[in-house]
Design a protein around this ligand. Structure first.
Ligand code: BG6
Length: 463
């Protein structure tokens, strides 16, 4: 075989609670449930998270289907708004405990390792309205409490936890680029929220280590690493990429793995008058509660250049865009459905960066994938979607990942986004990502060509 992967390599895919379960029996609303309720037209085809892919009701059949295409592991998330009845005391909802217990047990019964994430963009709306959500350190405390409940309830069987999915996307979506409720533009708050999310992750890890159930378990975080490639090697472009890397990647990666923020970042925030509020005790806590493993989501690189138009602070106040501009590289390959660059080589660069600069920490690809609009047109006469483009996309990314592993990077798995087409934030069901397609009208699920292909890759532990 040309590309053989390490023993016990994870083959699987990832989804999240809010994107797959549906809102059945859920007592509280997340910021996305709320946003959909007040402004359904903000979502593609006005489709919201109410039914999603019906995982709450069909998890047994869904997990069996995943097993049938070779998964040995599967990630989803617990919804804070489902599990918890009272956010202050972390008292739980009995039906949610039943659901998550049954789902986890079913996953294990199918021979799949459950990887459970605690937060996937789904902040309870009450906590935003009462406290300003992640702007508040009280919410950080409540998150730690909720995490502890999860570890105590499910940690006897769940041995792989992650605290957050893509925390930088919360910062961008809620406070910079307006794609998560409350859709603000506020750079100073964005900086505080970035710090608070790091603190929340560390406090959750602290609770994990205190839980009886943590002895043979591991905890990590899922970060979307988007290497910031400079347009050129000019001093100005390199400075732009250095800042973009620090803001988009290292602001979460460094504290998670190394225990401290990247050098020079706080200095910029202080100089610009947007520095986060912190205490020495909190920094100590972050230092002492680093992760055991890292999940890396990779879709596209970030290409940047030095600012060409002077940044106008009078418009929206301070923003990270003060230090770099996006660069559309001529000749880049693009997924036309998302306008995202396809650059599998970055998989190798990420692998080597983790090997050389992040203690060669164990890591896995927690999401990678290709969103396609209108996949139904590729159906054959039996209703199977012939998604050769997805097979090609995954193959290319695995090739570069394999090269990184050959050169010593400690990667232990690959998960696609996503097992079964699932709901997405504003895009709803516009872009389909799964190995398994979903007919929204009937909820019928059908394995795509890529699903059968993946089964063979998993069985051969390579290709
Ligand atoms: C990832 C997120 O970054 O992108 C997922 O972790 C999300 O939650 C996925 O669904 C795809 O996004 P979209 O908007 O193309 O459906």
């Amino acid at each position: 075989m040309k590309h053989e992967f390490p023993q016990d390599f994870w083959w699987g895919a990832a989804t999240s609670g809010p994107q797959s379960e549906g809102r059945f029996n859920k007592k509280h609303r997340s910021v996305f449930d709320y946003w959909y309720d007040i402004e359904p037209e903000a979502f593609f085809d006005r489709v919201g998270p109410n039914v999603a892919s019906n995982f709450y009701n069909s998890f047994r059949e869904d997990l069996k289907m995943m097993k049938s295409i070779g998964f040995n592991s599967f990630r989803t998330s617990i919804q804070w708004t489902r599990l918890i009845k009272d956010f202050e005391t972390a008292e739980v909802e009995a039906d949610a405990v039943r659901f998550y217990n049954e789902m986890i047990d079913e996953c294990i019964a199918n021979g799949m390792i459950p990887v459970i994430n605690l937060h996937h963009f789904d902040l309870p709306i009450e906590l935003y309205e009462k406290y300003g959500g992640w702007e508040s350190k009280h919410v950080v405390e409540l998150f730690a409490k909720y995490s502890r409940v999860c570890f105590d309830l499910f940690g006897d069987r769940v041995k792989h936890w992650t605290t957050f999915n893509e925390p930088i996307v919360i910062v961008q979506g809620e406070y910079i680029n307006q794609f998560h409720y409350p859709n603000l533009i506020d750079g100073k708050k964005a900086v505080q929220v970035s710090y608070n999310l790091n603190l929340a992750s560390a406090k959750s890890i602290e609770q994990f280590r205190l839980s009886e159930n943590s002895k043979d378990g591991k905890i990590g975080i899922v970060l979307n690493l988007t290497p910031a490639y400079p347009r050129s090697n000019s001093k100005e472009d390199l400075a732009a990429s250095d800042f973009a890397n620090k803001f988009h990647n290292r602001m979460f990666l460094d504290p998670a793995v190394l225990g401290y923020f990247p050098e020079g970042l706080a200095e910029i925030f202080i100089k610009d008058g947007v520095m986060w509020q912190y205490t020495e005790e909190e920094l100590e806590l972050i230092k002492n509660n680093t992760i055991d493993f890292l999940g890396v989501n990779f879709y596209q690189p970030l290409r940047v250049k030095a600012v060409e138009h002077e940044f106008d602070e009078s418009k929206n106040g301070w923003l990270p865009d003060k230090y770099y501009e996006y660069y559309e590289m001529p000749g880049r390959r693009v997924n036309p459905h998302k306008n995202w660059e396809i650059y599998p080589e970055a998989m190798y660069d990420i692998a080597i960066n983790i090997r050389d600069n992040y203690k060669n920490i164990p890591w896995y690809v927690s999401e990678n994938g290709m969103g396609v609009y209108g996949e139904e047109k590729f159906k054959d006469e039996n209703g199977m979607i012939l998604d050769d483009y997805r097979i090609e996309f995954v193959t290319e990314h695995l090739e570069f990942l394999h090269k990184g592993i050959q050169e010593g990077s400690n990667c232990f798995g690959y998960h696609l986004w996503t097992p079964i087409d699932c709901w997405s934030w504003m895009n709803a069901y516009r872009n389909r990502y799964g190995f398994i397609s979903l007919d929204l009208a009937t909820q019928i699920k059908t394995i795509k060509k890529s699903g059968y292909w993946f089964k063979a890759v998993s069985e051969n532990n390579g290709f």
